[in-house]
Ligand binder design. Structure first.
Ligand SMILES: [Zn+2]
Ligand SMILES: [Zn+2]
Length: 406
């Protein structure tokens, strides 16, 4: 018995070492790929947020050579880790806005406003039970590792699908409908429409990915890493397996590419976005509360708005492992897709529920080994062994709740 245990431990150590080497290789390869991919992606994303800054960085790098290019990539990656990119949810301004809303939620929950205290407010926003929980500690470790990989995936995969799809769609329209002799000039209305449509396209891509990740068991094994969180902190939003991110970005890239192909056909190039801090104004508004989605702070938008916009409370319900909440609220910015697909769940009041995976399965995902390697083992084991019809949480098939109205 002891021999078996020691053998199993040795196997695990060897596999862990192999995994670390593989991750280092993936990191180095993606590093090299990104160094080449950045200019191509930028060239294809005219008017994209941050483009001007990146273009000037690129020119500087061309002047100073490859060494500087590597330094630029490092700088870019480090910025994404330390809350300095307005394109990312953990930007310092979004953290301040989320803290302000959380403070208001605390104040509104008090019996009398004069009961407000700074200590009470800090305990409400940063409870030890959440931020020191073992699951939160796993999130922090995971953030450091995926925080480096994810921006590369965004560049290489999303650019890699959006660009060819965009050029093929615009070429197909040219050959089917015929070339436009006079291209319209995008005015304010076209720019506003494109700003809204782009966010809708990104969100539709996210919804499709998310729906598939819950419905297809093979994909669910990778998406489980995100759902294994037993408490929610803003860092949990970055607890995504690289395969999960890869699928997500590929689908989003395809849909955004389709939209850009149509825009390129019509206007010669997509209209400039309406931006705040180089970020789409719509995403900027959404990001003001995005950090509350993965938190214990309950913020619902009410019955009517929750049919269109996905509130932080709706995403918290998405993380619930209670049967009544299973496989609901897949949308990120918009809940409209859920409404149309019958997967919308609108809470009528603040609800109490357990987070994580059913049958305590989340306990298997407290280590980085569990988060990175276990999904591969489970996914491929599922492919090779026949399994009974189960829902995505591992129970017998349960039809999810549909719209819950007041
Ligand atoms: Zn999910
Ligand atoms: Zn989530």
């Amino acid at each position: 018995m002891a021999l078996e245990k020691s053998h199993a431990r040795n196997q695990k150590t060897t596999a862990l070492a192999t995994f670390r080497i593989a991750m280092s290789l993936v990191f180095l390869l993606s590093f090299g790929a990104s160094a080449h991919a950045v200019p191509a992606t930028q060239a294809a994303e005219r008017g994209a947020p941050g483009q001007e800054r990146l273009s000037s960085a690129k020119r500087l790098c061309e002047d100073l050579g490859a060494g500087c290019r590597v330094a630029k990539i490092m700088y870019w990656q480090v910025r994404s880790l330390f809350f300095a990119k307005p394109e990312q949810g953990l930007y310092w301004l979004y953290i301040i806005s989320a803290l302000s809303v959380a403070m208001m939620v605390y104040a509104l929950g008090l019996p009398r406003l004069r009961d407000f205290s700074v200590t009470g407010c800090l305990h409400f926003i940063f409870p030890n039970a959440v931020y020191r929980h073992a699951s939160a500690v796993t999130d922090y470790k995971y953030y450091i590792t995926t925080g480096f990989v994810d921006p590369f995936l965004t560049l290489v995969i999303a650019g890699g699908t959006a660009i060819p799809v965009s050029s093929r769609v615009s070429a197909a329209l040219n050959s089917i409908v015929g070339p436009l002799t006079l291209h319209a000039r995008p005015g304010w209305i076209a720019r506003l429409a494109y700003t809204v449509l782009l966010v809708a396209a990104i969100d539709l891509g996210y919804f499709i990915f998310h729906y598939l990740a819950h419905r297809i068991e093979f994909l669910w094994e990778f998406h489980k890493v995100h759902h294994a969180a037993e408490v929610l902190t803003p860092i949990t939003g970055y607890r995504n397996h690289p395969i999960d991110s890869l699928l997500q970005l590929s689908i989003i890239g395809g849909i955004v590419g389709f939209l850009n192909g149509v825009m390129t056909y019509w206007y010669q190039r997509p209209p400039d976005l309406i931006t705040v801090l180089n970020t789409s104004v719509v995403l900027f508004a959404y990001n003001l509360t995005t950090n509350l989605r993965h938190s214990h702070v309950w913020l619902s938008y009410g019955n009517i708005a929750s049919h269109i916009l996905s509130s932080p409370a709706q995403h918290q319900i998405h993380h619930s492992c209670e049967v009544r909440h299973l496989d609901t609220n897949f949308g990120r910015v918009l809940s409209l897709w859920d409404w149309m697909s019958g997967t919308l769940y609108i809470p009528t009041e603040k609800e109490e529920f357990r987070l994580g995976l059913r049958h305590e399965e989340h306990r298997e995902y407290v280590s980085l080994w569990g988060c990175y390697v276990l999904p591969f083992i489970k996914a491929f084991r599922g492919l090779t062994k026949g399994r009974p019809a189960l829902d995505s949480k591992g129970d017998k098939v349960v039809i999810p709740q549909t719209v819950k109205r007041i």
